[in-house]
Structure formats: C-alpha cells, structure tokens
Design a protein around this ligand. Structure first.
Ligand SMILES: [Mn+2]
Length: 473
C-alpha cells in the first residue's frame, strides 16, 4: 500500500486537467445523481471554490447527457460521460474534461480525431477495473490531489464505500488504497477491521443484528431473538446510563465473541459450498471519519453513504453537496428531514409488499410487483424484502419508471453469498434486459434494468432460465 501510485499516463492527464481548469474562467460541472456522483461533484466544486473559479454544478441522470449544451469555457463530467455521447454539441472552442470509471465508449486517443479540446481520464484505459479499484469520487479526488488538496481524500473514501467498491473483499483495493492512505495520513479517517453489521454508530446493536439478511438466521427480523443472543453471550445491550449500545460501543473482546456466534449460526444454515465465505460476510473493514461526532451517522462511512443515497433518491442533491462541502448547520437539519421522509417511504413500501404477500417464488428467483413504489427506492426496498424471502435466490422488484412512463424499472438484490459463489447479476440483468429491448447493468449483488411494459413475464422466464443450475436451491 505504501509504494502505490497512479499510472504515469493517468497522472499526466491530471496535470493537463489542472492546466485546463487554471486557464478557464467559467466552468460547468455535471455529475451523477448517486452517492459516488455527488461526492465527485462536491470534491470538484470545493477545488474550484478554493481556486476562486466561478462554476455551476448540476447532478444529472445518464439519459440527459446527449442534449446538454456545451457553452462554458470548460465542461467537466464526473462519474459519468465515458459511456455517453457527451460531446455531441461540442464546438471548435469547446473544452471537455471527463473523469469517469465506467466502461469507455471512445478510445484513449479519441482526442486526436476531434477539433476541440477533449480530455478523458478513465482507469479502464490503463487496465484498472473501475468497479472496485477506484470510484468517480476517487477520480475527482486525484484531481484535487494534483492541486495539493489531500484533505479532501475522506470524500474519496466515502464515495468508494457508497459505490460498493469494497463489497467483494470487505476492503478497499487498488487506487482506493492510495486515497485511503492519504485520508489516514492526514488524520481524517481511521480504518478498522470490524463486524459487518450496518448501523455502527446509530443503530442499537440488537436492531443492527435483526437486519442481517445475507442468510436467514433466527435473529433476522427478530429483535427479541437478537437480544437473547446478546444475553447468552453476556454482552450488555445498554450502557450504564441506559443508552442502547451500538456496534461502536463494543470492546474488541465482545466483538470477537459476537463474531464467533454469528459464524456459528450461519454455518448451521448455509450449504457446505458457501461455508468458506462466511467470515467475509461477518467481518469487513470499516471507516471512521474522525472529525465527525461520535454516535452520529456522519462518523461511519457506510451510514454516511446511506444518508447521501437518501438525498439522491429524493432529488435533494443540493443538501448532500452542502453536507459534503462541510455545512453542518442548516444542511444537516434539511438532511434530517430528507432521511426521515425516506425511511417512512421505505417502511410503507415494505409493509405493502409483505402484508399483501406479494413475494412470488420461481425455481431460481423470487419477485414482487411493487407498482406504486417510487422507482428511485425500489432497489432499496428489494434489498430489505430479501430478509422476508428466500436468501438462496435473488429478489427482484418491479415498479413503473414514472407517472408518465409505464415501462418497468426492475431492481435486483441478493445475498453476497451468491456473488462470492461467482454469479454476477449485473451482467445477467444487462444481457436479459437488452435481449428484450431494454437496458440494465450494475453490481453483482445490486443491479437494475429498464424493460418495456409488456416484457415482464418474458423477463422473469428468461432470467429464471439463465440461473438454471447456478444456485444452491
Ligand atoms: Mn460511480
């Protein structure tokens, strides 16, 4: 980790990007609408603020990119752009900078074939996998780093976690290690090997345990059972002054005992071939932001990224961006409201699916018709519904794309065990949706697609067929 550096060709491009920024007076930044994209936008905007550069920052969906006008001195695309025809409206004097980690449409020497300034930084040009080696926010951080702003590295760590770059190994890898090292060296981040339970800072421990859903355990969705397990282990669930303890309150000894117990419980219920993956489900690196208060969601990278996603899914990009840029007063109040509404929407959606027995099981998958659920949250809902279904199969949720577009938004979530076992659902969903005139993609354990209104049954049948023999069902 100590002698890692950017490929020379990539660092050269950053130097060029620095020159482009310094010589431009009006700058437009377009970034993606998810946690990673908002982190990327916030980093660039902070850099431009520090340089005293006037700029506009907009968060856009991928389908809006073709029609954007290119009318500033410099247009920057972050966490998007490589896969879209963003230079369609470029004129002779246009300057375009792309910082993206998604598969590129154009080749590394594309700039030679156009008569405007075109600079694309993408790790894939250097054989570096953008799905787990560096995020969009990470690429923006390397730009900040070229200006000497290493203090922004913590946002690069947050963006990688928000982009699930650590999901395969439970650690940050590749270029993300450089970012992590900068953030640790500068005193912003502490990296710990910890239990892999969500809600480290803010969720009572027994609640965090009850949300465990990679495998259905006695504690899954059962808080009393979770409390019983803690009692059995002699781990107090309250502090001396009566506050519910959270994961971060536990001593290493207590964590060790809980780790062993979770491994033991899981080993009893998973098929033999999955047993070797169990430790990875239960322990992973966590990242503390040392400048944030203890017991707040801002302190833990995973909880922080959830809050950013809540903003993204509710089109509150400005709130997220303010928080990322350091506003801890009114933006924090606004975020509180967004998070509350978001949680309420999720709860209502989950009740709708579970109470009306909407989960339908096929041989190799399970699905629910989530009509009426906002398309922005159907993926999150699918992830939470998984714990009410069969963890050995992926959970697929359907809902309408929007009020004006009745085509389906499809979201899939599954146990990480299926991914460790070698299945990449992002690739499968891309293939299946494209063959039906739609499109899709994503991570191995969390992905989605858009498909035509009349293709739902065909989609399910095809998907079910594709998985034949691949699962332990
Ligand atoms: Mn990204």
């Amino acid at each position: 980790m100590d002698n890692m550096s950017l490929p020379a060709g990539m660092q050269e491009k950053y130097e060029e990007a620095k020159r482009l920024i310094l010589e431009s007076d009006s700058i437009q930044v377009y970034s993606h609408i998810d946690c990673d994209g908002m982190c990327a936008g916030a980093i660039i905007s902070t850099v431009l603020d520090r340089l005293g550069k006037k700029h506009d920052l907009d968060f856009v969906n991928l389908d809006k990119l073709e029609d954007l006008s290119i009318d500033h001195d410099l247009t920057i695309f972050s966490d998007l752009g490589s896969g879209q025809p963003v230079d369609k409206n470029a004129g002779k004097d246009s300057k375009i900078l792309i910082l993206d980690h998604h598969p590129p449409l154009r080749s590394i020497d594309y700039n030679d074939s156009v008569d405007y300034t075109y600079l694309e930084v993408n790790p894939m040009f250097y054989g570096i996998d953008g799905s787990d080696n560096v995020s969009g926010g990470g690429l923006s951080y390397f730009l900040a780093r070229t200006f000497g702003y290493k203090d922004l590295s913590w946002i690069g760590v947050l963006s990688a976690v928000g982009d699930m770059q650590n999901s395969k190994t439970g650690k940050l890898v590749g270029l993300n290690r450089i970012i992590l090292k900068d953030s640790v060296d500068s005193g912003y981040v502490k990296c710990n090997s910890d239990l892999c339970l969500y809600g480290r800072e803010t969720r009572p421990l027994f609640v965090a345990m009850a949300y465990f859903s990679d495998v259905n355990l006695p504690i899954t969705n059962n808080r009393n059972e979770a409390i019983a397990v803690l009692d059995e282990l002699g781990i107090p669930h309250k502090t001396d002054d009566g506050r519910q303890r959270t994961l971060c309150d536990l001593s290493n000894m207590e964590k060790g005992e809980l780790f062993s117990e979770l491994v033991r419980m899981m080993s009893k219920v998973v098929p033999e071939r999955y047993v070797k993956y169990i430790p990875k489900l239960v322990s992973a690196d966590s990242y503390d932001f040392l400048y944030e208060d203890n017991h707040t969601f801002l302190r833990d990278a995973s909880e922080f990224s959830t809050a950013m996603n809540a903003c993204g899914r509710n089109q509150e990009y400005g709130v997220a961006c303010e928080i990322l840029k350091g506003n801890r007063s009114d933006a924090l109040d606004a975020l509180e409201v967004v998070s509350k509404t978001h949680k309420m929407n999720l709860r209502q959606s989950i009740e709708k699916v579970t109470k009306e027995n909407k989960i339908v099981e096929m041989e190799n998958l399970q699905y629910f018709n989530g009509s009426g659920i906002k398309s922005e949250i159907v993926g999150t809902v699918a992830g939470m519904i998984l714990s009410y279904g069969n963890w050995r199969k992926p959970m697929i949720g359907f809902t309408q794309i929007s009020k004006d577009n009745q085509d389906w938004k499809v979201s899939l979530r599954c146990s990480r065990l299926l991914a460790y076992d070698g299945i990449h659902f992002g690739n499968i969903i891309r293939e299946v949706s494209q063959s039906l005139g739609g499109n899709g993609g994503g991570h191995s354990v969390a992905c989605g697609a858009y498909i035509p209104y009349d293709k739902k049954d065909e989609f399910l049948n095809l998907f079910n067929q594709k998985l034949e023999g691949k699962l332990d069902v």
